[in-house]
Design a protein around this ligand. Structure first.
Ligand code: SAJ
Length: 423
């Protein structure tokens, strides 16, 4: 199968870099997004997200005439869907409305032989739902079914697995899991990815590929929950969790992850719920891990309250209003500016809303503070915050914070959720 033109639906953290990779291999790419701002930005050869080197490759693709964007789809040989799949409601059910509307966008321009690839993290069975949704809109096309080779349209689920901050390298180097509804779909999707993927393209069926993606992120969530639970137990027992993990990891078959203030981002804090909502009775461990990680921010806030009470007891002349608390880091992980589902942001905002004195926030990766709502938080640089704060709360292990000499923390109460100052 030859691919002269590919349409990418959703020009976000995954869709845009993937579109740019195809374009860099001289495949014509048509990008589609619901946001006029995103469409305009891409057509100017610019990017609307922070990701190393993405700006250069997008600019080259647009200037070379290989990438353009619009609000609507155009006839193509392949359609790649990379739209968000958040969860909704108290039961954390996956919200597939963006995928369904992507199907409505591409249905009118589909023709016999076209390939549809879904990259969005999705519950098991979503590729088959795409087949049904499009089948209802295009009764003239024979849509694929699991176990049947004959179809006019090919559909595969191929999860993205790249790490934000390393997306362009990982897009090329990572192995890809390719899950076609039938084997012709898998073969076609494999051929398309091989235009830029240097890793192995491993073929399976759509359902297994969907579960692989959910499993990868749940594996990490469960392992982080183990570390977070240990940190709470160790705190109670007066043991340094950092030393404990270092020592336990000397065992050749033990590899414990690091505790923190909770789990953030749009993937690991979300995807395990897709397994839980589909198999609520069976997914006991996965649900508990989510609950442990989601409960960690409240535990950190309680630690800050204890630090405040201790400080006031040691400084009887002072009232709560006189005490300044500095929160170091707001992003969901080190050295990025991404605030999505960030436990650090949640903790800092919560402290600022309940604390009668000043609450400072230090976030070296964000400069445009005015553009976002941060409650009562007051932004400060590293030095000013250290100078003014009585209580210091380390929430993200950004490189700038690792350099702070521990001497500068003398006389302050420290709540270090990452173990960079207090090992
Ligand atoms: N975290 C810890 N302790 C650790 C490791 C991570 O508390 O030892 C926290 C981080 O601080 C952060 C959260 O977990 O709040 C998630 O960070 P991460 O670096 O583990 O993962 P993400 O969300 O940036 O990217 C993940 C990756 N998945 C896996 O590693 C299995 C990435 O490969 C996926 O492509 C991405 O999710 C996705 O899009 O699904």
């Amino acid at each position: 199968m030859t691919f002269e033109k590919v349409t990418v639906i959703g020009l976000g953290y995954i869709g845009l870099p993937t579109a740019a990779m195809f374009a860099s291999r001289k495949i014509k790419v048509h990008g589609v997004d619901v946001s006029q701002h995103v469409v305009d930005t891409v057509n100017q050869g610019k990017v609307h997200i922070v990701e190393p080197e993405l700006d250069m490759i997008v600019q080259a693709a647009v200037v070379g005439g290989y990438l353009k964007a619009s609000l609507t789809a155009e006839p193509s040989d392949a359609f790649l869907i990379a739209v968000p799949t958040p969860f909704k409601g108290d039961n954390h059910e996956p919200d597939l409305s963006y995928i369904e509307s992507s199907c409505a966008t591409i249905a009118p321009v589909l023709k016999k032989g076209d390939l549809i690839i879904l990259e969005s993290t999705s519950p098991v069975g979503t590729a088959e739902m795409i087949s049904e949704w499009i089948g209802k809109l295009r009764s003239d096309l024979k849509m694929p079914k699991m176990g049947q080779e004959e179809s006019d349209i090919l559909i595969a689920y191929c999860p993205e697995r790249v790490l934000p901050g390393h997306i362009l390298r990982e897009l090329v180097e990572n192995d890809r899991v390719i899950g076609g509804i039938n084997s012709r779909s898998s073969l076609a999707a494999s051929e398309l990815y091989k235009t830029f993927v240097m890793g192995e393209c491993i073929v399976t069926n759509a359902r297994t590929a969907e579960m692989v993606k959910l499993t990868e992120n749940s594996f990490r969530d469960v392992n982080i929950a183990f570390a977070n639970e240990l940190s709470i137990i160790c705190d109670k027992l007066g043991i340094s969790v950092w030393e404990l993990i270092r020592l336990a990891n000397r065992h050749p078959r033990v590899n414990i992850l690091q505790p923190g203030p909770g789990v953030g981002g749009h993937c690991i804090a979300v995807d395990p719920w897709f397994i839980v909502s589909q198999s609520p009775k069976e997914a006991k461990l996965i649900r508990t891990a989510r609950e442990v990680n989601d409960g960690k921010p409240s535990w950190v806030i309680d630690k800050v309250k204890v630090a405040l009470a201790d400080f006031l007891q040691e400084n009887p002349g002072k009232s709560v209003r006189d005490v300044s608390i500095a929160c170091f880091g707001l992003a969901f992980k080190p050295d990025i500016d991404d605030l999505r589902e960030s436990p650090a942001l949640h903790i800092a905002k919560e402290i600022s809303s309940v604390h009668a004195g000043k609450t400072f926030a230090v976030e070296p990766n964000i400069t445009d503070f005015a553009a976002k709502a941060y409650g009562k938080l007051e932004f400060q640089g590293v030095e000013q915050a250290l100078d003014k704060a009585d209580i210091v709360v380390l929430l993200v292990d950004h490189k700038e914070f690792k350099k702070i000499p521990v001497d500068l923390l003398k006389g302050k109460k420290v709540v270090d959720t990452r173990g960079i100052w207090t090992q």
